[in-house]
Ligand binder design. Structure first.
Ligand code: CTP
Ligand code: MG
Length: 460
């Protein structure tokens, strides 16, 4: 593929410089984070047994974090001789011990593959994750998935220089603006480590965008050797057509969490930006969510659609699980609507505090009864079978005709029946009757969330 032209390269460099001024953490921010992480690591040092190491990990340790996003990841590395449960338990115990509640520090127990502690400091308001893991030097020794992080840390520190780290920041920011940054279920996008690896392989933000603007699937990328290809057995082995092999673990596809949708959105954004690089295209389109209720009604009206909003209270479980369930539910209800001739034009989703929202824009329509021509009444077997199969049948001339009533006259009936159906597709906690259906007049607080979801999807 042709290289980027020199003028274009220079233009991107200018844009990058401007953006970096905004997204590189300020010296103040870095000083504060250093102070806080040293403080917490100092406290931990006093609390851990001799055979446990303490390391700073994640983007703060690697110098690839974006301004205002300096959350601290600290890992407690236990010897492999310990069993997993006791490692977990001790890790949490130690982390709890160092919390200074008199100074307003609070904590939460969070769950990844195993539990870890998140400390929320009051002043400065920084979060620090304290994650117990096993100390390993190679992925073959891995005891739990979080053990990899220490290897990622080493790899990134050894292979990315300062300029490349700034390029990681640019890539993360660009992806963030285009809603494809983050491995969590809400986004199903690119993780921080994946961004770091892509910069390592392609060299710079500009070459990634240039290359991805003409990306064809399938593709595998070996982050260790920097080789790429579109053949071989990797696609079968990883059951994916977008593969970035972890340089610290040949059995891991770092891009496993990237949905095709997020990849497609990134490719579209890269294509537009590379065609004519500009600051405006870096940031994606801005929009205001003021008076979203009016805006969303106008959209529905323009489409000739009704809006069906299902909202439900959610329990205190991880947001990742809620998002997974919400997406599954969206898929299932969409399919049922489609099967009954109410195919949604677009769906919107949102999770906010203790509520989840799922909305469908469906063409305004009522289904009518139809008739179906059957066999000749004088052909015995065929007409008997037809009469058995159809509820209401009459004779017209010598042919049988059946009357077919739609199962649901409109989408509302169908959605209500889905919501009532105990054996339905709704997760168990929704069956307790917390779900409610709002049609068309969407209150502003919900409308804002729906409007954002709509804009994020259609702002390509
Ligand atoms: N990690 C991972 N896979 C994930 C999430 C996290 O391997 N799906 C590991 C990575 O090594 C990562 C570290 O855990 O660097 C910390 O995770 P996180 O804070 O989510 O990512 P960062 O790399 O710190 O990026 P960000 O700047 O967004 O915080
Ligand atoms: Mg982080």
């Amino acid at each position: 593929m042709a290289e980027i032209s020199e003028p274009k390269k220079r233009k991107i460099e200018q844009i990058a410089e401007r953006v970096l001024k905004e997204i590189r953490p300020s010296e103040d921010e870095i000083a504060v984070v250093n102070r806080v992480s040293n403080e917490i690591m100092g406290r931990l040092k006093k609390a851990v047994p001799k055979n446990v190491d303490i390391i700073l990990a994640g983007s703060v340790a690697r110098g690839t974090q974006i301004r205002g996003n300096s959350d601290i990841d600290i890992f407690l590395l236990f010897p492999k001789s310990q069993d997993e449960r006791s490692m977990e338990r001790k890790g949490l115990e130690i982390a709890k011990k160092i919390i200074d509640s008199k100074n307003g520090e609070r904590f939460l127990i969070k769950y990844a593959e195993h539990p870890y502690l998140q400390i929320m400091l009051k002043d400065p308001p920084i979060k620090a994750d304290i994650v117990p893991a096993f100390r390993i030097s190679d992925s073959s020794e891995m005891g739990s998935a979080v053990d990899r992080t220490q290897l990622h840390n080493k790899f990134v520190m050894a292979h990315l220089n300062k300029t490349q780290k700034d390029n990681v920041r640019l890539l993360k920011a660009f992806m963030e603006y285009h809603n494809v940054y983050g491995a969590e279920a809400e986004v199903e996008g690119f993780s921080g480590y994946l961004c770091e690896l892509l910069i390592h392989v392609y060299g710079s933000f500009a070459s990634i965008l240039h290359d991805f603007s003409t990306l064809r699937l399938p593709i595998w990328i070996d982050a260790k050797t920097k080789e790429r290809g579109n053949d071989g057995d990797a696609f079968k082995r990883f059951n994916s057509n977008f593969i970035v092999i972890d340089p610290t673990d040949p059995d891991r596809n770092v891009a496993a969490g990237v949905s095709e949708e997020s990849l497609a959105r990134f490719v579209l954004a890269a294509r537009r930006f590379i065609q004519a690089p500009s600051l405006k295209l870096f940031y994606s389109v801005e929009y205001s969510d003021a008076n979203s209720s009016g805006k969303i009604s106008k959209i529905a009206k323009g489409l000739g659609a009704d809006i069906f909003l299902i909202c439900f209270k959610i329990p205190e479980i991880s947001e990742d699980i809620i998002w997974q369930q919400l997406k599954k539910l969206n898929k299932k209800v969409s399919e049922t609507l489609e099967k009954n001739s109410f195919k949604p034009i677009i769906a919107a989703m949102s999770v906010e505090k203790d509520e989840a929202l799922l909305a469908f824009f469906v063409n305004k329509c009522k289904l009518h009864s139809t008739t179906r021509e059957g066999p000749d009444a004088f052909i015995r077997d065929a007409s008997e079978a037809f009469m058995k199969k159809h509820k209401t049948v009459y004779v017209k001339g010598r042919r049988l005709v059946s009357i077919e009533r739609p199962k649901y006259a409109d989408a509302e009936q169908l959605i209500r029946s889905e919501m009532r159906d105990t054996a339905s597709k709704f997760p168990s906690y929704l069956k307790k009757g917390s779900a409610k259906l709002i049609i068309n007049s969407i209150p502003e607080e919900y409308a804002k969330l729906l409007y954002r979801s709509y804009m994020e999807q259609t702002n390509l």
